[in-house]
Each structure stands twice: as structure tokens, then as C-alpha cells.
Design a protein around this ligand. Structure first.
Ligand SMILES: [Zn+2]
Ligand SMILES: [Zn+2]
Length: 332
């Protein structure tokens, strides 16, 4: 096998490297900067050039990090390795591994919708495709993102007319920036939590032209929050940090909002269905587009996906990893 699952993570024996290992290793290839993929402690890392800023932010400035542009390949102990856009967050990559004409692709987290904060997903033909399955159930179908952004805008405007601040919870890395790019920034002032602010700075330095969004910590004590949109990570939801905004409406933007009851479970007033992961039809389309005959599913709802793929005549298995799905990405 070109790649196999070990106690430290997905391993390439011929090339002697790991992909997104969860234990320290000598050589790690990292698909993207979320905490369940980029973990500290390895000797050296390889990642896509566009993600250098966010990956250093995650792993620490003293990390031994080498980057390559999308599409450029490296020979590692005779195994050809290249990184290709995954469309998930800034710098996210699929890893293509080739030896003796056999090609494997590890998707990492990915999505198929356009997102102005990162390079669009590229279909990479392969024999074996390792796909994420965070939302690998037929109920997960994303509404068109234009509709979701219109709902956010309408909610913000409604809150303004009712004199309430609009507090929107979203993962600080990726989702927050995608929201800032997607909403109508002319509606009112935009503020962000410190965790979002730090990442915004890195996105800007990496060339993403985010709209103006001020750090909450720099606001005047007399700020009228009732006109503002405030973007914060989910971890800020139950903190005293929220009190300064006075009367507010809260919302959460996540793929999980597709399921009835999730909004109440998260105790927010509104749920917006917006995910940086591929939905069920997206997984099916992508598997078919790669031409892969063997598919390994990881992260999330693997059994239903594996069963469906096997029924289509593909060789399909689940790859069980200790980290399952988007909930792990809250660890900012
Ligand atoms: Zn991710
Ligand atoms: Zn993930």
C-alpha cells in the first residue's frame, strides 16, 4: 500500500512521511492549519505556500516549515508528492502521492463551492481517493451560499431596526473570513473578536482583501453596538466578553445548522447553514470526478458513505482516525 494508517497517522512507507499525523513524527505533510490536521511537535513540515502564515500561527514561529506552490511536485525518497487546492480554507491542500504509476490523493477537508478567501478545489485524477466524510449523510445538502449570505444580511438589518447588536459565531479560521467576504459590509460597522482579528491580519498579509472589520478590544466605550455585526468564535458564546454588547441577537454559522434542533442545542437565536466542508452530493460528485476505483472515507459519517460507494461498485473502506469531524476544529 502506498499509504497506510498507523498509530501516528496516515503513513507512506516508501517515502517515509506522514500526512496530518496526530503524534510527532520526523516528516509531516500538513493539509491545512485547523487543529485536527496541523499538530505541533514534528521535526519538519511540508505545506502549501499559500497556507504558510496560518500554519505558522498554528504550529509556532520556530517550526521547521517548508512550503511549495500548488501543483509543484517534490520527490521524497523516490515518491512524487504534490499539493493541490482543496477549497476549504486559506492554503488548504489535497496531497497527491505517486509511485510507479500508482496515484493516491488525500483530500484533507474540502468543499466545492467558490470561496474568495481561498483557491478553488481542483479535481485530481487518482486510483485511490481518501475523502473526508464530515457531512457524509444524504441529509447534508448545502443551500446556495448567496441565499445564506442574504439571510445573514436580513437578520443584521432586522436587528438594527430593533436596536440589537448582531453577534455571529463562526470558526475563527476560515469560516469567519468567508463570512466577512460574503456579507454586505455596507450595512453597518463590523467588529471581530481577538481570535478572528489575529487571523484576519494573516489573511490580509497573505493577499485576501477582507472588508474593514475592527477589533472589539479597540472600540470606544461609548460604541453603539446596536448597528454592529460582531463576528466571534463559538468559544466566546458563554463568556462575559459578550455582555458589553448589551441587547443582542446571536447566530451560529455552521453546516450543523442543517439539522433540526441544533440551533436550540447551541442556544442561539438563529442558525445559518454555511459549511467549509463538502456536502453529500459534493462527495459523490467528487469521488466520481477523480475516477478513483478505491475510496477510503475518514472524519465523520464513514459507514453510510462506504456502504453507498460499495453499492456503486467501488472498493470502499472506512479509515478510522481519533479526530472526527468539524467539532474538533473549534479548538482555536
Ligand atoms: Zn479543516
Ligand atoms: Zn478537519
Amino acid at each position: 500500500m502506498l499509504l497506510e494508517l498507523t498509530g501516528r497517522g496516515l503513513y507512506c512507507p516508501a517515502g517515509d512521511f506522514y500526512i496530518d499525523p496526530w503524534q510527532p513524527v520526523r516528516r509531516a505533510i500538513v493539509t491545512h492549519a485547523h487543529g485536527d490536521h496541523a499538530r505541533r511537535g514534528s521535526e519538519r513540515y511540508l505545506a502549501a505556500a499559500q497556507g504558510a502564515g496560518v500554519i505558522r500561527h498554528r504550529l509556532g514561529a520556530d517550526t521547521h516549515l517548508e512550503t511549495i506552490p500548488y501543483g509543484e511536485s517534490r520527490l521524497i525518497n523516490g515518491v512524487r508528492v504534490s499539493l493541490h487546492p482543496a477549497g476549504h480554507i486559506l492554503g488548504s491542500a489535497q496531497v497527491r502521492v505517486e509511485q510507479d504509476g500508482e496515484v493516491w490523493v488525500v483530500s484533507g477537508d474540502y468543499k466545492r463551492e467558490p470561496d474568495p478567501t481561498c483557491t478553488p478545489f481542483e479535481v485530481v485524477p487518482c486510483h485511490t481517493f481518501i475523502t473526508e466524510a464530515t457531512f457524509g449523510l444524504p441529509i447534508y445538502r448545502w443551500p446556495p451560499q448567496e441565499e445564506v449570505f442574504a439571510e445573514v444580511n436580513a437578520w443584521w438589518r432586522q436587528n438594527q431596526t430593533e436596536g440589537r447588536a448582531s453577534v455571529l459565531f463562526a470558526y475563527a479560521l476560515g469560516k469567519a473570513q468567508r463570512l466577512l467576504m460574503g456579507i454586505d459590509a455596507t450595512i453597518g460597522p463590523i467588529y471581530v473578536h481577538g481570535a478572528v482579528h489575529n487571523l484576519n491580519e494573516i489573511y490580509r498579509a497573505s493577499g485576501v482583501r477582507l472588508p474593514d472589520a475592527r477589533y472589539v478590544g479597540e472600540a470606544s466605550p461609548k460604541e453603539d453596538w446596536s448597528r454592529a455585526l460582531i463576528v466571534a468564535p463559538p468559544s466566546a458564546q458563554s463568556s462575559p466578553w459578550l455582555r458589553r454588547f448589551g441587547r443582542s441577537s446571536t447566530a451560529f454559522a455552521s453546516g450543523w445548522m442543517r439539522v433540526r434542533g441544533q440551533r436550540r442545542r447551541r442556544s442561539v437565536d438563529r442558525g445559518f447553514v454555511l459549511s467549509d466542508h463538502v456536502d453529500w452530493p459534493g462527495i459523490i460528485d467528487t469521488v466520481s470526478a477523480t475516477g478513483a476505483q478505491r475510496v477510503l472515507a475518514t472524519h465523520g459519517y464513514t459507514p453510510p458513505l462506504v456502504r453507498w460507494l460499495a453499492e456503486q461498485g467501488l472498493e470502499a473502506y472506512a479509515l478510522e482516525t481519533p479526530y472526527q469531524g468539524e467539532a474538533d476544529e473549534q479548538g482555536e
